[in-house]
Design a protein around this ligand. Structure first.
Ligand code: FES
Length: 101
């Protein structure tokens, strides 16, 4: 399913984050140095929101216990989380951005 997110992405300034809630999905859009990523917004360790997570070196760090996840792949880079975050593809179609979920 493709969800149009064009306006959200266009209004996301460099190094800003925004939570999107779409049906049962809670997705974090991240503009990291001009690159846009879409990942699950909830840490896989103890369900902390990543909205206030620290972004550095292409990773997001959970504010609760410090687990780190790669923004691009969702892979765990640092414990205590073991399970990766789901990531979502952003596609450009006819000049508009869509999130593929
Ligand atoms: S809740 Fe995220 S690292 Fe523990």
């Amino acid at each position: 399913m493709n969800i149009e997110v064009h306006d959200y992405i266009k209004n996301l300034n460099e190094n800003e984050k925004k939570i999107l809630i779409i049906d049962d999905y809670k997705i974090l859009l991240v503009n990291h140095n001009g690159k846009i990523y879409a990942i699950d917004a909830t840490c896989t360790h103890e369900d902390e929101s990543l909205e206030d997570g620290y972004i550095d070196d292409e990773c997001i760090e959970c504010p609760k216990h410090g687990a780190k996840f790669e923004l691009k792949t969702g892979e765990v880079r640092s414990l205590p989380a073991f399970k990766p975050l789901k990531t979502y593809e952003i596609v450009l179609e006819n000049g508009k951005y869509f999130l593929r979920i």
